[in-house]
Write a protein that binds this ligand. Structure first.
Ligand SMILES: CC(C)(COP(=O)(O)OP(=O)(O)OC[C@H]1O[C@@H](n2cnc3c(N)ncnc32)[C@H](O)[C@@H]1OP(=O)(O)O)[C@@H](O)C(=O)NCCC(=O)NCCS
Length: 172
């Protein structure tokens, strides 16, 4: 099993994997849209004997502060492992590889929407502790799922900010 960057020719394998791992086609469509928009900041796959068994995408996110400044980071997701290969550490290995690489690149922070029990192991904390919220959740219904991790530099300065994913997220 190896974890490597996306290569041309991986598209069909990733598409099939996302459709198998999620209940609907939205995540598969989203990944295709992010690639088409050149918003695929980092896309990794896990490959086992020539077959793609895991995938993780990172894409650009803008956090708009209450005083009008835009700060730029990334968002993690979708992430998926083919059902037959789940719970073998592939998800953790892909996410750690991605976060390490983004840290090396100097990316300041990463946000995500997901299960806090899963993502706490990587050091993600509720974004509300930074006074950040997600633009897609104005009423805060998913506040506990919206999480953030500092990758480089100073952690949040406490300013209220609203995070916006790439426009491709709105179309799926
Ligand atoms: C979530 C997912 C990517 C994890 O990948 P994985 O390779 O199965 O996970 P790993 O083997 O690396 O990690 C296993 C651990 O994650 C936990 N875990 C898996 N899915 C979880 C979830 N949804 N919530 C909480 N914990 C979860 C397992 O209980 C296990 O915990 P342990 O290490 O304490 O025993 C994979 O289960 C998957 O593709 N799920 C369907 C798609 C999905 O929900 N994606 C995430 C959307 S946020």
């Amino acid at each position: 099993m190896q974890i490597r960057a996306f290569e041309a020719g991986d598209e069909a394998g990733i598409d099939g994997l996302l459709k198998a791992a999620f209940p609907g086609p939205g995540e598969a469509r989203l990944v295709t849209a992010l690639r088409a928009a050149d918003a695929d900041t980092l896309e990794l796959v896990a490959e086992d004997h020539g077959r793609i068994v895991g995938t993780v995408m990172f894409s650009p996110v803008t956090a708009r502060t209450a005083d009008g400044e835009d700060v730029f980071g990334v968002g993690l997701g979708p992430v998926a492992v083919t059902p037959a290969h789940q719970s073998r550490g592939i998800g953790v290995a892909m996410i750690e590889a991605g976060l390490d690489y983004l840290t090396t690149l100097g990316v300041p922070w990463c946000v995500l929407l997901g299960e806090p029990d899963y993502y706490a192991r990587f050091g993600f904390v509720p974004a509300a502790t930074w006074n950040w919220s997600w633009a897609g959740d104005p009423d805060g219904h998913f506040a506990s799922a919206f999480q953030v991790k500092a990758l480089n530099g100073a952690p949040a300065d406490g300013r209220v900010a609203v995070a916006h994913y790439h426009a491709a997220f709105l179309g799926v």
